[in-house]
Design a protein around this ligand. Structure first.
Ligand code: GDP
Length: 299
């Protein structure tokens, strides 16, 4: 928790300081409630959640003195209510050989890094892992994945730059099936400049995977960069529709003041949030815990 709190320091202190300044020596009335709601909106929690939390705070306390510590405790409690239903661990189906995880998201949101960190976790659990370098457009992405593979002891399947990603996914799945690999993680491209082409490519990858294993992909993870704030909402919309996203990873929660976006996304889409990224290192991927997160963000 302390580590998470340190990671979320900027989100946490921004919100915490604002709440303190709203409620120092003041009553809970229309004016303070409006300021409080604004603070929540500024913190990216979203209009609907900000309004619901403000109403919850007002209930039974109107016109009474309240101190900031109480407000923060109530905020943490209300945020926990929003987050608890989506704080769902990623479960690997051991009966699948392999359990196929497709990782999608806009370039730079942390797909490759998340795959690397997750592969370290899965390896530590004693699972065999294969990585497919499905972002066949960027040499750097392929190189990064190879470096992670070496670091965590995973086989990496890669092709020449510009190769067809679905062909690569097909071959990787065939290899993983033949080898009896536990988990196959497939990296993908994330060029939002050409959205139609990107979505067609993702659909094709999924089609081709299904030919080989009709139950796959078993998990479709979408990485979202917390520092992009409201843009993340739109990305859930776009990728959710095309790629059948089954769960989220919110990255870069260290060093941003926009951690609140996670709450807005949880309230709006109700997709499982499996992990949060709190740094660039191998151990900086944490299972998402609703109460810890809520307490860390409320300050
Ligand atoms: P991709 O283009 O989606 O594959 O994104 P990358 O995995 O290449 O990540 C883009 C950049 O973000 C890299 O410099 C990563 O080290 C960095 N990054 C990824 N996740 C995190 C995180 O949780 N925290 C921080 N601080 N940086 C991250």
């Amino acid at each position: 928790f302390q580590r998470l709190k340190a990671g979320l320091a900027r989100s946490s202190s921004a919100l915490s300081e604002s709440i303190t300044s709203v409620f120092t020596k003041r009553k809970l009335d229309a004016a303070t409630l409006e300021e409080f709601e604004d603070v929540l909106i500024q913190a990216d929690l979203g209009l609907a959640t900000a309004s619901a939390i403000t109403q919850a705070l007002a209930k039974g306390r109107y016109d009474k003195e309240i101190d900031d510590a109480d407000v923060k405790a109530i905020l943490a409690e209300e945020v926990t209510k929003v987050l608890a239903p989506v704080a769902i661990p990623l479960v690997i189906d051991s009966a699948r050989k392999p359990h196929v995880i497709l990782v999608v998201g806009v370039n730079g949101t942390g797909k490759t890094t998340t795959i690397g960190k997750l592969s370290a976790k899965l390896r530590a659990e004693g699972r065999s892992v294969m990585l497919a370098a499905g972002d066949t457009f960027r040499a750097a992405a392929v190189e990064q994945l190879k470096i992670w593979g070496e670091r965590t002891g995973c086989t990496v399947v890669a092709r020449a730059i510009g190769s067809d990603a679905s062909g690569l996914a097909f071959d990787a799945l065939r290899d993983a099936q033949a080898a009896g690999t536990d988990v196959l993680m497939i990296d993908t491209a994330g060029r939002l400049q050409n959205r139609t082409e990107l979505m067609a490519e993702l659909e094709k990858i999924i089609r081709v995977i299904k030919k080989q294993d009709p139950t796959a992909p078993h998990t479709v993870l979408l990485t979202l960069d917390a520092t992009t704030g409201q843009n993340a909402l739109q990305q859930v919309e776009i990728f959710g529709r095309t790629a059948g996203v089954t769960g989220l990873v919110m990255t870069k929660l260290d060093g941003t003041a926009r951690g609140g976006i996670l709450v807005a996304i949880a309230a709006k889409y109700r997709l499982p949030i499996h992990f949060i990224g709190v740094g660039e290192g191998m151990d900086d991927l944490e299972p998402f815990e609703a109460e810890d997160f809520a307490r860390a963000i409320a300050g």
